[in-house]
Design a protein around this ligand. Structure first.
Ligand code: NI
Ligand code: MN
Length: 228
């Protein structure tokens, strides 16, 4: 069995693993790179890294249409319940065995206020171990922080999804530093770039900053799929 990845532009991802369809940070309406519309995309589970509008995105309408379970930190999960969706709250450092794999929330250096001003708790990254044992680190929106070393050493991700746009998150240089020195994944997918004028970092700069590396960078076009 394998896991299929679809990058929808910005931080929006689709994962298909063990027969389940998972969306991460499903921002389609207003996302200039989105390759599918919110009223078409399938989902069994929706994972939200933090409360910002470009990550909560269309999650409420998608969850209502599909009946998908929304998984996020406790505060955001409660907010989703108030919007009338099903949710499952976890928190940083904790894990839960979902049908699609074991999901842990981990640190992200960022903010998490929700679109209506509600408190969104702490931002998170996701550490997902699929049923087949593939290890994914979805960093979410984050600056460079030293505990990425711990994530690399302890969790040993096979694949990372890492922001490179800069301004609100790591730029190419910081992302390359974490990738090479600490995370050392087999594969890296750069994200959170090119979707607004502030996000100037490019995959080319990330690849240049990585230099000679064992990590294979997969630069995806929005809508493009890869299989692991
Ligand atoms: Ni954000
Ligand atoms: Mn963002």
């Amino acid at each position: 069995m394998s896991t299929t990845f679809t990058w929808y532009g910005h931080a929006a991802l689709g994962l298909e693993t063990s027969g389940y369809k998972i969306l991460v940070d499903p921002f389609f309406s207003g996302n200039p790179a989105a390759s599918i519309s919110a009223d078409k995309v399938p989902a069994d589970f929706i994972l939200i890294t933090h409360g910002h509008g470009d990550h909560v995105g269309d999650a409420v309408s998608i969850a209502k249409r599909t009946g998908a379970l929304v998984i996020s930190n406790f505060e955001i999960a409660n907010w989703f319940e108030k919007q009338g969706t099903k949710s499952h709250g976890q928190h940083l450092g904790g894990g839960f065995k979902h049908p699609f794999g074991y999901l842990k929330l981990t640190l992200a250096l960022h903010g998490s206020g929700l679109p209506d001003g509600s408190y969104g708790g702490n931002p998170a990254g996701f550490l997902l171990t699929t049923v087949d044992g593939q290890k994914l680190y979805i960093a979410g929106d984050t600056g460079l922080f030293g505990d990425m070393k711990l994530i690399g050493e302890y969790y040993k991700p096979d694949l990372i999804l890492i922001p490179i746009g800069g301004h609100f998150t790591m730029g190419p240089k910081d992302a390359a530093y974490a990738t090479n020195k600490w995370l050392k994944p087999k594969y890296a997918i750069p994200m959170h770039y090119g979707t607004n004028p502030f996000l100037k970092g490019t995959p080319k700069e990330y690849i240049e900053a990585l230099g000679n590396t064992d990590t294979k960078v997969l630069t995806l076009n929005p809508g493009e799929q890869v299989e692991f």
